[in-house]
Design a protein around this ligand. Structure first.
Ligand SMILES: NC(=O)c1ccc[n+]([C@@H]2O[C@H](COP(=O)([O-])OP(=O)(O)OC[C@H]3O[C@@H](n4cnc5c(N)ncnc54)[C@H](O)[C@@H]3O)[C@@H](O)[C@H]2O)c1
Length: 466
C-alpha cells in the first residue's frame, strides 16, 4: 500500500506495501470520491479486526478495494500479516492470499490510518459493570483518528451504539483536529448487521443502512458501500441509522424473552413449546418465530438494548420492555439448572457430586464466539453447587482467558464410553456437528435446552427439555 501524501503532518507512517491501484492526492470533492470508488482507487482502513471488521475487510477486498486492517491487538495484527485467521468462518488461506497479493495488510500503528481514504470503525461497545454504555473503545478510536486525520477522508462508525453517539461523541472528538465534518472530512454511521454462522446471507447480501448528517457524507458513504453490497438504504441522519440498529436488537431481545417466558409456562402445562412455535410458524403472515434457549449470548442482543435504556434516562423515560426482557432472559440459566435438578432428583441424585458434560460453549450454533455465552454461566452455576463439570465444543478447544470468567478448561473428546461416564449431558448449544443419536444412545440423562434432539427416535425417555 503506497503512502499517501499527508497534508497536515510531516512524519510519515512506516512504509507499507506498494499499491497497484495507487492514486495521488486527497479526495476533496464528491466527484473525486465517486471517480475513485468507480476506479477502485479508494483505500479502505478498517479499525478493529474482530468478528465484524474481518468479514468487512473480506467484502471490500472482494469488491476490488485495497484494505488496511488496524487493530491495537498486536497478536491479531501479526497473525493476519502471517496469513492466519483467528475466526472460524474466515479461512486462513483467504487472508494469506489477500496479503500475498498486496490487497490487504494489518497494522497496529495508527499513523497508517493517514494512508486510507475511508476509515471504518468496528470496535467493541460493551457495558460497564453498572450496565452503562462503555464507549471507551469508540472514544479512543476517535482520538486516534483525530490525531491522524487527513482532509477529504471519510470516517464511518459501524459499532452498535445508542442514537446520538456519532453526532455527540465521535464528531466533536474528530473535529478537535481542527477539521470540520461535512466540509473538510466526511462522517457517517452505518450499522453492522453481521450474523456469524449464517450461511444464507453474507455482508454483501445484507442491505446496508447508511446515515449521515450532511448530504455529501451520505452520498459518499452510500457510494462506497454501494460498490460492494447489493443494496444500500440511505437514511437522513446518523441518529436514525443508530436507532434502526438498536430497534433490530431490541426486537430480538424482547421477542426471545416472550418465548422464554412462554416456555416456562408451557412446561408447567406439559405442552412442548417447540411444537407450539412450529405450528404457529405455519401462519403465512403476521408471525415470526423466535425460539427459547438457555439464556441470551453474544456481543449484541444481551448488551445493545441497554445502550438505549441508558440514553432513555436522559429523556426521563424508562424502557420497560427492554428491562423486562432482560429480567426474563437473564433468569433462563437458573431455570435450566432447576429443570436439571428435578431431572436428577427423579434418579435420586443431586447436582452436588454428580458429573456433567456441557455440550457447546459458544453462544450459538456453529460459531466459535463465547462472549456472554449462557454455557459459561451454566458451568459456573453447576460448579458452585458442587458438581464436576466438563465440556465439549468442536470450535472452542480450550476456554480463553476472559475478564470475568477464569474457567481454565479444555474440550473433552466425545465418545460413547465418555458419554456413559456422566450423570447428565446438558445440551447448551446445538452445533450441527454433533451426532445427537449417538449422544442420546450413550448418555444416562440428556437435558436439552435447544430442541437439538428433536430428530432422535430412540431413547427419548432420557431427554428432558429445559
Ligand atoms: N459480533 C457480531 O456478530 C456483531 C454483529 C453486529 C454488530 N456488532 C457490533 O460491532 C462492533 C464490533 O464487534 P465485534 O464482534 O467485531 O468485536 P470484536 O471484539 O470481535 O472486535 C473488535 C476489535 O477491535 C479492536 N480494538 C479495540 N479498540 C481498538 C482501537 N482503539 N483501535 C483499533 N482496534 C481496536 C479489538 O482488539 C478487537 O480486535 C460492536 O459494536 C458490536 O456490537 C457485532
Amino acid at each position: 500500500m503506497r503512502m499517501r501524501k499527508t497534508s497536515k503532518r510531516s512524519n510519515s507512517p512506516p512504509s507499507s506495501q506498494q499499491n497497484g491501484n495507487a492514486r495521488s492526492g486527497p479526495l476533496l470533492s464528491e466527484a473525486a470520491w465517486f471517480d475513485a470508488i468507480r476506479d477502485r482507487k479508494v483505500r479502505v482502513g478498517i479499525v478493529g479486526m474482530g468478528y465484524v471488521g474481518l468479514p468487512l475487510m473480506r467484502t471490500f477486498c472482494g469488491g476490488g478495494f485495497q484494505c488496511l486492517g488496524f487493530d491495537v491487538d498486536l497478536e491479531k495484527v501479526e497473525k493476519l500479516n502471517a496469513g492466519k485467521s483467528y475466526i472460524k468462518h474466515i479461512p486462513s488461506n483467504l487472508i494469506a492470499e489477500l496479503v500475498s497479493q498486496n490487497k490487504f495488510e494489518a497494522s497496529a500503528d495508527p499513523r497508517t490510518l493517514r494512508e486510507c481514504d475511508a476509515i471504518i470503525v468496528c470496535v467493541p461497545t460493551p457495558l460497564t459493570k453498572m450496565r452503562d454504555p462503555d464507549l471507551t473503545f469508540v472514544e479512543n478510536t476517535a482520538h486516534l483518528i483525530a490525531d491522524n486525520l487527513q482532509r477529504g477522508q471519510l470516517v464511518i462508525l459501524e459499532s452498535t451504539t445508542y442514537p446520538g453517539t456519532t453526532r455527540e461523541v465521535v464528531k466533536p472528538i474528530i473535529e478537535s483536529s481542527g477539521l470540520k465534518a461535512g466540509k473538510d472530512f466526511f462522517l457517517a454511521y452505518s450499522p453492522e448487521r453481521e450474523d456469524p454462522g449464517r450461511t444464507d446471507h453474507t455482508t454483501e447480501t445484507i442491505p446496508k443502512v447508511v446515515g449521515a448528517d450532511d448530504p455529501a457524507s451520505r452520498k459518499i458513504a452510500c457510494a462506497l458501500y454501494g460498490a460492494v453490497v447489493k443494496r444500500v438504504v440511505p437514511v437522513p441522519s446518523c441518529d436514525i441509522a443508530e436507532a434502526a440498529k438498536i430497534l433490530e436488537n431490541v426486537y430480538r431481545c424482547v421477542n426471545i424473552a416472550m418465548i422464554n417466558e412462554l416456555k416456562v409456562l408451557f412446561d408447567r402445562m406439559n405442552i412442548d413449546v417447540w411444537e407450539v412455535v412450529r405450528a404457529a410458524s405455519t401462519k403465512p403472515f403476521g408471525f415470526q418465530p423466535f425460539y427459547p434457549g438457555p439464556g441470551l449470548g453474544g456481543h449484541c442482543i444481551p448488551i445493545d438494548p441497554f445502550y438505549l435504556t441508558w440514553k432513555a434516562r436522559q429523556y426521563g423515560m424508562s424502557t420497560r420492555f427492554i428491562e423486562l426482557a432482560g429480567e426474563i432472559n437473564t433468569a433462563m440459566p437458573e431455570y435450566v439448572i432447576q429443570r436439571l435438578a428435578e431431572a436428577l432428583n427423579e434418579k435420586e441424585k443431586s447436582i452436588k457430586g454428580s458429573k456433567f458434560l456441557v455440550l457447546g460453549l459458544a453462544y450459538k450454533k456453529n460459531v466459535d464466539d463465547i462472549r456472554e455465552s449462557p454455557s459459561i454461566e451454566l458451568i459456573e452455576m453447576l460448579k458452585k453447587r458442587g458438581a464436576k463439570v466438563d465440556y465439549n465444543d468442536p470450535f472452542v478447544p480450550k476456554t480463553p482467558i476472559q475478564r470475568e470468567h477464569q474457567l481454565n478448561m479444555t474440550s473433552k473428546k466425545l465418545s460413547p464410553a465418555m458419554l456413559k461416564s456422566y450423570d447428565c449431558v446438558l445440551i447448551a448449544t446445538d452445533h450441527s456437528a454433533y451426532d445427537y443419536d449417538m449422544i442420546v444412545a450413550n448418555a444416562q440423562l440428556v437435558v436439552d435446552t435447544r430442541n437439538a434432539t428433536a430428530g432422535v427416535k430412540s431413547g427419548r425417555g432420557k431427554i428432558v427439555k429445559a
